[in-house]
Ligand binder design. Structure first.
Ligand SMILES: C[S@@+](CC[C@H](N)C(=O)[O-])C[C@H]1O[C@@H](n2cnc3c(N)ncnc32)[C@H](O)[C@@H]1O
Length: 265
């Protein structure tokens, strides 16, 4: 049930992920970090270290990063971005080692992860953070929005709804929260007395992002057809027409994401 994430896919999205992240969350975190005397970061579902590459250059002083993923091939690609940063890759599962590592952290972070997790796991994570008194930064959680500009395409809504239903399937930790994950995480942190900021971090894709747009069209069409086998032929037609739009280079595509910052009161 657990999905495998390809290093090439993570590389394709990294630059767009970085430019999309909410600047407001970063500046609040940068103010909190030295006041708390923070040094220890736990990055959950770290992949090849995209979140480390984005965040580490913005945080002051020495940093000790624990980077956790169950995929050894992805972990093997991680490098420390500068000499003030030490890294400790940990091969483990979010449900076991992931939760156990929280107690050592001043900041728990993840990018492009929360939509994969279940409500039960998220509750356990927030409880562990509250017990440790650590901050949370959860970036780039998909929020269910897929919007194309330009030509009308009647199947866009069918595709989006099927993708969003597919997002709620079990991704290894029980039924996934999918597009509701970021809002649910904010609610849980608030219940534990945290100050929270939930900020938009949408991908805004245009002609220069055609490679990512093509990969999205293929991935969405496959997921939607799995969810709606009755509409598989129509969805194949949708993918061909959207591929043609991307190839012509006259498109804007918004894929909604949210960044959540949670600071202990
Ligand atoms: C969408 S990728 C995001 C990777 C990285 N954070 C980034 O922004 O590029 C999700 C990551 O979570 C990891 N993952 C998924 N389920 C996991 C689990 N149960 N335990 C540990 N890692 C998991 C995957 O191997 C993958 O690297």
């Amino acid at each position: 049930m657990s999905e495998k994430f390809d290093a090439a896919w993570l590389e394709l999205r990294e630059g767009i992920d970085h430019r999309s992240r909410a600047a407001g969350a970063l500046s609040l975190l940068r103010s909190w970090w030295p006041v708390r005397g923070a040094t220890a970061v736990l990055d959950l579902g770290c992949g090849t270290g995209s979140n480390l590459r984005y965040l580490a250059p913005h945080l002051s002083g020495p940093q000790h990063w624990t980077l956790l993923d169950h995929d050894a091939d992805l972990l093997a690609r991680i490098r420390a971005p500068h000499p003030d940063v030490t890294i400790r890759p940990v091969r483990g599962d979010l449900a076991m080692e992931g939760l156990a590592e929280v107690r050592r952290a001043h900041l728990v972070t993840a990018s492009a992860l929360l939509d994969l997790v279940s409500d039960a796991w998220l509750r356990a994570l927030v409880d562990a953070c509250a017990t440790a008194g650590c901050a949370g930064l959860f970036a780039l959680t998909y929020d269910g929005i897929i919007e194309w500009s330009g030509d009308e395409e009647p199947l866009d809504a069918v595709l989006r709804d099927a993708v969003n239903d597919h997002q709620r399937r079990d991704k290894g930790l029980g039924s996934a929260l999918g597009p509701t994950a970021a809002v649910r995480a904010e609610e849980l942190f608030r219940e534990r007395g945290y100050r929270t900021w939930l900020l938009p971090s949408p991908w805004r894709l245009g002609p220069t992002d055609a490679a990512l747009a093509r990969a999205l069209v293929a991935g969405w069409a496959a997921a939607a057809a799995e969810q709606r086998p009755d509409a598989a032929d129509a969805l194949r037609g949708w993918a061909e027409r959207r591929d043609a739009v991307v190839a012509r280079g006259d498109f804007d595509l918004v894929v909604g994401h949210l960044d959540l910052l949670a600071l202990p009161a």
